[in-house]
Structures are given as C-alpha cells and as structure tokens.
Design a protein around this ligand. Structure first.
Ligand code: C2E
Ligand code: MG
Ligand code: MG
Length: 758
C-alpha cells in the first residue's frame, strides 16, 4: 500500500464511523496502558513527594499554564510533572499522573467556559495516557544508549534522557492528535500534523526542561538552592507570564483594533453597498421615469400625428406629407398626385340611430376597409368626424384616380352586421388632381372637398374638381350668406299660383311659391336657392315666415268676399323641416295668428322627402293631420314611393309631377302614366292635382282622365300678391276659353312673374 493510499482522506460518509473507531481504539489502548500502569505501580510510589506532584499536576498546573500568543498551545507545567514523575517514580506513575493531570486540565478548562464534551475529555485523557504509556513502552523495549538512564548522573545524561522521552511523547501525542484532526476533514494528514500539531512540541520541550531543572534541584537536596531556584523560576514565570499577558493584551488590542477596523470597513462596505443599492434603485427609478417620459413623448408624438380612434394619420400628418408632394410636383411634373376627399354618407343618421359607440365602430371598419384597398405607398387619413382623405401617388391620369375612387366606393358599401344591425356604409368622393398652382395642403383638400360636395349633390358618388366647380361653390357660399340677410333686407316675397278645379273652372286656392329678389344680382330662381336654404338649415326660419305670411294673406283674401271663404293656400315644406318636430308648433302658431280655418291650409311635401324616412314622415304627417290641415304629396311619380308606405301616408291630395304632364303629346300620347296615377289616387280615395299644364290638349286630357285639379301656365302663372288680388276680383272662370283676354302675365312688382320665369 502506498503512503498516499494510507493517508487518503476518509470519505464523508464513513468519516464519523472511522472517527469513532479510532477514538474507541485509542481509548481502549489508553485504558489498557492505564490499567497496566496501575498494576505495575510499586508501593514505594505512594509518598508525600508523589502526592505533591499529583496535587500540583492536577490542581496547580492547569491554572499556571501560559497560552502562547497566537497559538493553540499553552506552556503547561503538567508535562514537567509527568517527566519529573517518570524520572523519580518510574513510567507507571508517570502514566497515572499524565491521565489524571489531563482529566483535571479538561475539567478546569470546562469550568472556565471552554466547550469540552465527555467524548472530547475521554479522547484528550486517552491521548495523554497513551502517549506516556507509549513513551514508557519504548523506554522498556527499545534498546537505548547507556547514558539514557532512569538515574542520570550528569546533566548531559539528564538532557539526553529527558530529550529522548520528550521526543517519543511528542511523536506519539502529536500523531494521535493529527489523526483525529485529519479524520474530521480538511487538509491532508502530514499537512495537518505540521500545521496543527507540530508546534505542540514546545510544551514537551519546555516540560522536559523544567523537569530537568526540578530534578537537579531535588538531586542536590539543597534547600537554599531549591528556594533560590523556585524563586528564580517563579520570577521567570511571572515575568514571562506578564510579558505573555502584555503580548496577549497587545495582540488583543491589535485584534480588537483590527476587528473594529474590519467592523468599520464592513460597516463602510455595508454603507457603500447600501448606497450602491440606493443609487441603483434611484437610477432604476430614474430610468423608469425616463422610459415613461420617452413613452409619453412618443405617445404625444403619435397623438399629434395619428387619430386615436382609427389609428390612421390625422389631418396634420396628411398635410405634412401632402406639402412634400406639392413641392416635389413643382420641381418635377412627373411626380403627380391626387387627393381624394371621402365623406361617409348619412353618418349622422347612423350615429343618431345606432349610438356613438357603434358609430365609432363604423368609422373603424370604414378606416380598415380604406387601408385594405389602397397601396402601401398611398396614404389614408382621418381628417374630421366622418371625413377621410386619401393621397394617391404614382398615378398618371385622373381617369385612373377615378377608377381607384370607384373601387373604394364599391368595396366600402358591402353591408356588415354590427350588434345585430345590418349596416352599409356609403361614401361620396371628391378628387383634386395635382396642380402647380397649389401652395398649401389646405388648398388641395379644400378643392377635393368641393368636388365631394358636388358628388353628394349630383348623387354621382365621385366628382372631379374643376375650376368651374370652385366658382359654383363660391357662388353658392355667397348665396348662403346673402340668404341669411334676405329676410331682414325684405328681399323675399311670396308668389301665388292659382290651383283650379279643372272640371268646373272654379278657383280652389293657390300654391305659395317663394321668390328671392337679390338686391345686386336680381331674381334668383327657387331651384337655385331652395337647395342652399335646405342644406344650410335656413329653410326652417324661412318657412316659418312663409307660413305666417301666407296664412295672414289668405285670411285677408277670405274676408274680401264670402265666395273666397273656402280658398286654400298650399305651402311647400322641405324634407329638412319635416324631420324637425318644431314644424307642428310652427303650423299651429300660423293658424292661431291668422285665425284661418285649419282646413284651408295645405302643406305640400315632396314624394322623395316623405319617403326619405318613411316611418318618421308617417308619424309627423299624422300629427300634422291632427291639427285639421290638409296634406298633399308633391311631385308625385319622381320619388319611388313604395305602395305600402303610400297607403299609410295620411295625405289628401296627390300632385302629379309636371314632367308627366309635359310628356303628353298634342294628341294625348303617352297618357298611360297619367292615367295610372289618377286611378291610383282614386283607388286610394285621394284628390288629384296636375301641375305644369301648359297646353289645351294637356288640360282636356286631364279633364277626360278625371283629374280633379290643375295648376299651370295655361291656367295662371304664379302671381305677386297684388296681381293675385286683382285677379280675384276680375276673374269669373279660371279655364282658358273664358280667359283668353287675360292670358298675358300681369306686370308689376319686382318679386312677381313679370320677371323671367325660372
Ligand atoms: P313645386 O312645389 O313643384 O312648384 C311648382 C313649380 O312649377 C313652380 O316653380 C312653378 O312656378 C312651376 N310651374 C307651375 N306651372 C308651370 C308650368 O306650366 N310650366 C312650368 N315649366 N312650370 C310651372 P318654382 O316656383 O320655380 O318652384 C320650384 C320649386 O321650388 C317648387 O316646386 C318647390 O319644390 C320649390 N319651392 C318653391 N317655393 C318654395 C317654398 O316656398 N318652399 C319650399 N320648401 N320650396 C319651394
Ligand atoms: Mg309644390
Ligand atoms: Mg311640384
């Protein structure tokens, strides 16, 4: 077996077992040694001297031991007692002293607070007893030089003898101690011996030296020498103890200083670590705050450039890109672009009927569809509530831009279901082609908006901007502004066109027709300004004025002659006003103020206005009917009435649109439609009135078809109130034969039909 194998560290698992085994073996061997020593102890041993040594070794020596500075070992007088006993009383007595002194020492140390378990005490005692037993065994059995003797005569012999004994004892005890330490784990065996046990040789050497000195003093038997030696020893011991204590104190102070320095350093380190932690936390917080700041900055940037609902670029973002395109086009005319202005049709109606939440969803769906249908190089933006704009690039002609617009129009209209509602989106698109005249994005958008406006008005879906459109638009804006002033400037006046019973030629009443005599432009035709009034909402206050004016006028005429008492006035009501609940009160007030019979007031609602929101129209007309007034469906035949709705509308008269009367030829050709409408009215038990009668043949055909009433230039043109009043006095019959002499239009006031007929 190699030395390295022999001293290989026991594995962790069996370390404890080995430790117990070794301890047991050593204890057993020590017990055997101790037993043999006791049995070999000669009777002469028990003397005052032996007792003195024993008492000294067990009681005094532990207390006198000097702990060497920075060492695990102490200079103990017990070794001196053991060696002295060996020299004077022999090996067995030395074994006994060694065992007892070791036991006493352990107990003393334990009483001083050192941790000494029973096993540890047993081990210590065993090591001591065994090492002295081994020393004795070697003494007995190993041949020795003649000068190594139990009774050394000379000092040299004494040194040799005690040196040999100390060596053996040191060898055995240090090896045993190293074995125990080594088994517990850590460094290798020899390393353990060298580091932990070698320095213990000091105690044996000092002990041997002391024993030699005492032995010599005892050998001389001289009391004075003994006392002097004792005193010298005592002084040496005390001074040595003092210096050791001083060294120990100095070490302690140094250690304490070191410890406190270390503690201070630890504290500093702790503080530095704490500071570093705090710094890290502050940095982390700062980093988080910075990140939040950066995020809010990007959010802000995003919010400044994107629409929050659809996430499309907003007006500003669109404008920025468009500005670049305008500049580029100026530099290079090949870099064409087209701007599409898209406005969702009837979005207000969607919002009102489905609510804003679903309205928002419709906008999001529209946005998604637009994006899907366009190239990535194009830009689509939300520039207002239901307004979107598209920037088309890389397109060479307006025709291609129009195609894109048509495609958008077609695809957007696919119906979809939203919270159980079937919704379809319509859109009007205006296209503004690039032009070097453009200086700013606003100008391009404005022109695309104008085109969109006409797409809506013409119901064409798509319209392309032209300069002529802009002029028309500007004119329209001017009309709108002037119309606001028209009432106060007294530029508005009523014209009255007679409504005739074509069967008997009597006057049934008049249709009130609005006239606008613009102070600068002159007469503006109703079909030009009425749509503007409707779109701007001005039609409502104007109609309120018309209702008052016409009912007051009728009341006045009715009083002229009892024959006029049943004359009626027919007032045109726009679809915009019909959707406004205030109409009921407006009508009520007009009747109240004029005090006319409500049945003498007739309201004309065009077929298309009545059908636009049929259910609401039915409800409104029913409420109006409750006021006792009459209702007429105007321009019948042009507005795609559903028969089922027509049946439910509470009207009194059906007014055939003049286009049907106009299309009838001299010989009564194309009269089928007229015939159908008249039959329909009869079936519905309504009166029929035909407008636009211009020829005798038209009149006689209508008479033959059983039409009740007629209105037209043949019978009478629209008249100013003064002319109408004159005619009221003059005319007896309103049919053409009898009035041949009066066929000419009356001349007169600025707002009458002497001016060009529109
Ligand atoms: P409308 O309600 O159908 O009125 C009849 C129109 O036909 C009138 O045109 C009248 O002058 C015209 N007319 C009557 N007989 C003949 C004829 O024999 N031949 C031709 N060619 N035309 C004839 P006007 O006054 O230009 O009014 C046009 C439209 O403007 C009206 O059509 C009506 O829709 C609207 N309008 C006129 N006045 C008012 C008003 O006070 N309020 C509202 N809301 N609309 C009005
Ligand atoms: Mg009318
Ligand atoms: Mg009409």
């Amino acid at each position: 077996m190699k030395r390295s194998d022999l001293f290989a560290q026991p594995s962790h698992l069996n370390r404890e077992t080995v430790s117990y085994l070794v301890k047991g073996t050593v204890s057993l061997a020590a017990a055997v040694g101790f037993g043999l020593a006791l049995s070999d102890l000669p009777g002469t041993t028990f003397s005052w001297g032996f007792l003195l040594i024993l008492v000294f070794a067990t009681l005094a020596a532990p207390r006198l031991s000097l702990t060497l500075p920075r060492s695990r070992f102490a200079i103990s007088f017990s070794d001196a007692a053991v060696f002295l006993t060996f020299l004077i009383y022999g090996g067995p007595a030395a074994v006994v002293v060694a065992a007892l002194e070791s036991l006493a020492n352990c107990l003393y140390l334990r009483s001083r607070g050192y941790v000494f378990g029973r096993m540890m005490i047993l081990t210590n005692v065993s090591i001591n007893a065994l090492s002295v037993s081994a020393m004795y065994f070697v003494w007995l059995n190993v041949p020795r030089a003649p000068f190594i003797t139990p009774d050394p005569g000379t000092t040299q012999h004494l040194i040799a003898t005690l040196g040999s004994l100390a060596l053996v004892q040191f060898a055995v005890s240090s090896l045993l101690a190293a074995t125990f330490v080594w088994i517990r784990g850590g460094a290798g065996f020899w390393e353990t011996w060298r580091k932990d046990c070698f320095s213990s040789s000091m105690t044996q050497i000092v002990g041997a030296g002391l024993a030699a000195l005492l032995f010599k003093v005892i050998q001389y038997g001289d009391g004075i020498t003994g006392v002097i030696a004792f005193l010298a020893l005592l002084i040496a011991y005390l001074s040595y103890r003092q210096s050791i204590n001083e060294v120990n104190d100095a070490i302690l102070t140094a250690e304490t200083a070191e410890r406190s320095k270390a503690e201070i350093e630890r504290e500093r380190r702790r503080e530095a670590e704490k500071y570093a932690d705090e710094l890290a936390a502050t940095l982390e917080k700062e980093e988080k705050a910075n990140a939040a700041l950066r995020k809010s900055e990007t959010d802000l940037q995003h919010a400044a450039l994107y629409d929050s609902l659809t996430n499309l670029p907003n007006r500003k973002h669109f404008g920025d890109r468009l500005r670049v395109m305008i500049d580029e086009y100026k530099q290079d005319p090949r870099k064409t672009f087209f701007v599409l202005f898209l406005d969702l049709r009837k979005f207000k109606h969607i919002n009102d009927s489905l609510g804003h939440v679903l309205g928002d969803k419709v906008l999001m769906i529209a946005a998604k569809r637009f994006v899907r249908m366009l190239n990535s190089s194009d830009m689509v933006a939300r520039i207002g509530g239901d307004e979107f704009a598209v920037l088309l690039t890389g397109i060479s002609s307006v025709g291609k831009a129009q195609k894109v617009a048509r495609r958008l129009l077609d695809n957007i209209s696919h119906p979809f279901s939203l919270s159980g509602n079937q919704v379809s989106i319509g859109v009007n698109i205006g296209i503004a082609p690039c032009d070097t005249e453009y200086e700013s994005p606003e100008e391009v958008l404005r022109d695309a908006d104008i085109a969109m406006h006409y797409a809506k008005e013409w119901n064409s879906g798509v319209a392309i901007f032209t300069k002529e459109l802009r002029e028309r638009f500007l004119e329209r804006i001017r009309y709108e502004n002037d119309l606001r002033q028209a009432l106060t400037r007294k530029e508005l006046a009523m014209s009255y066109q007679p409504l005739i019973d074509i069967q008997d030629g009597s006057l049934m009443g008049f249709e009130a027709l609005l006239r606008w005599h613009h102070s600068e432009i002159g007469n503006i035709p109703p079909n030009k300004f009425i749509p503007i009034a409707e779109e701007s909402g001005l039609i409502v206050p104007i109609t309120v004025w018309i209702l008052e004016e016409t009912t007051r006028q009728l009341a006045y005429w009715q009083k002229i002659d009892p024959a006029f008492r049943n004359l009626i006035v027919s007032v045109n009501i726009s679809g915009k006003h019909l959707s406004n609940d205030d109409l009921i009160t407006d009508v009520e007030q007009a009747i109240e103020r004029s005090k006319i019979d409500p049945a003498c007031l007739k309201l004309e609602i065009t077929e298309s206005a009545a059908m636009e929101n049929a259910e609401h129209s039915i409800a409104m007309l029913k409420r109006l009917k409750l006021l006792g007034i009459q209702l007429s469906i105007d321009d019948f035949g042009t507005g795609y009435s559903s028969l089922s709705y027509l049946h439910r509308l509470p009207f009194d008269t059906l007014k055939i649109d003049r286009s049907f009367v106009y299309s009838v030829g001299e010989k009564g050709e194309n009269s089928e439609i007229l015939q159908t409408i008249i039959s329909l009215a009869k079936n519905l038990k309504k009166k029929v009135i035909a407008e636009g009668i211009e020829t005798d043949s038209q009149l006689s055909l209508l008479q033959n078809l059983g039409c009740d009433y007629g209105q037209g230039y043949l019978l009478a043109r629209p008249q100013t109130k003064e002319n109408m009043e004159r005619l009221l006095y003059e005319r007896r019959s309103w049919l053409p034969e009898e009035n041949a002499a009066e066929e000419h239009e009356p001349q007169g006031s600025p707002a009458c039909e002497t001016l060009p007929v529109f």
